[in-house]
Write a protein that binds this ligand. Structure first.
Ligand code: ADP
Length: 335
């Protein structure tokens, strides 16, 4: 849409996201287990004066993995360097990044499952021994020069922990899987964000937006901004239940938070494939999206909402999935 294409508008939306990011563990809402475990990992290392173990966060986009990486750095009083798997195509890129680290730094690698193989192998040694082997020259004359790097903590984030190789996964001392948030937690996220942004968010408005946020804080914050636009343009600025409902209708977000793509995926599964079973790539082709988007963004929530099930033979629509589209389920649809 036009909004997404306007670079200035996009930059400001990212700025808003940064403004809304929690800065300390105590400010981070939900994920109580992850928070407790992480607190112990950090506190233990700080008390001993050790460099904390490398940390891996997995889970769908928008659940707070990047925020936690920044919180780790803040709690350690350390600087954070940010990069991503796709940006580390050549091992030289990673070597440069690693050799620029100062002692105690946090290195955050988003989408770490997409790191290229040679860079990944370099990472093993860096994580284990704080060392990299830099290869100089080519062919039979090539030599590898060992280079010390400063002790650091790697924080990796991935939407697909299954796509990580065993050796890489094994080098993380602490691994946490992020769960979708329950509505009460999303209401807290919304109230906090409304406070920061100065939005007049009423209780029933928060409940309505939370319910339609796909269990995801990033989506909750995004919907809050869209509903605020609506409230300010069409009404007096107060975000009530009625205003939230009317606004989310304009933005094609349905009663349980499915957006157009989620519904397209479910619709294709039912209409084009008779409810399945079908492979993820066929579904992606049917909706004209990348398989990774369908698999990592849409599918986890459809599964969590009980509308789609993964079976060994492929994806199938559940009885609730058929019902959500207003259709009678065939007899063999799972419950
Ligand atoms: P991820 O890295 O998993 O995609 P982010 O850390 O970028 O997710 O989070 C997206 C946005 O959602 C952040 O800007 C932040 O405002 C908000 N957010 C995520 N988790 C929380 C949380 N637990 N409490 C408050 N806000 C959160």
């Amino acid at each position: 849409d036009e909004v997404a294409l306007d670079p200035h508008r996009q930059a400001t939306e990212q700025d808003v996201e940064r403004t809304l990011r929690p800065h300390h563990l105590a400010e981070f809402i939900g994920q109580p287990r992850v928070r407790e475990q992480l607190e112990l990992v950090l506190r233990g290392a700080l008390n001993r004066g050790d460099q904390p173990d490398h940390v891996l966060f997995s889970g769908p986009p928008g659940l707070g993995k990047t925020s936690l990486a920044m919180i780790i750095a803040a709690e350690l009083g350390a600087a954070i360097r940010v990069t991503s798997g796709p940006a580390l195509e050549r091992p030289g890129d990673l070597a440069a990044m690693l050799s620029n680290l100062a002692e105690g730094d946090v290195l955050f690698i988003d989408e770490i499952h997409r790191i290229a193989r040679p860079a990944e192998e370099m990472l093993y040694l860096a994580m284990e021994d704080y060392r990299v082997d830099v290869v100089v020259g080519k062919g039979p004359g090539a030599t590898s020069i060992p280079l010390e790097i400063a002790p650091f903590t790697l924080v990796g984030a991935t939407t697909r922990s299954g796509a990580l190789t065993g050796p890489l996964r094994d080098r993380f001392g602490f691994t946490a899987h992020m769960e979708f948030y329950v509505p009460a937690e999303l209401e807290q996220v919304l109230r906090r964000s409304a406070g920061i942004l100065g939005v007049d968010l009423r209780d029933d408005g928060a409940v309505e937006i939370a319910r339609r946020s796909r269990g995801t804080p990033r989506i909750a914050n995004r919907l809050l901004r869209r509903v605020r636009d609506y409230a300010e343009v069409r009404s007096d600025g107060a975000v009530t239940r009625e205003i939230a409902r009317a606004a989310l209708e304009v933005y094609d977000v349905d009663e349980i938070g499915l957006d157009r793509l989620d519904r397209a995926v479910l619709g294709a599964l039912v209409h084009s494939f008779g409810g399945g079973p079908v492979g993820i790539s066929s579904m992606a082709v049917a909706v004209g999206e990348e398989s990774t988007t369908v698999e990592e963004v849409c599918e986890p929530f459809l599964v969590r909402a009980g509308l789609l099930a993964r079976t060994p033979r492929g994806r199938v629509a559940t009885a609730a999935g058929w019902a959500h589209l207003g259709l009678p389920a065939p007899e063999n649809a799972p419950g």
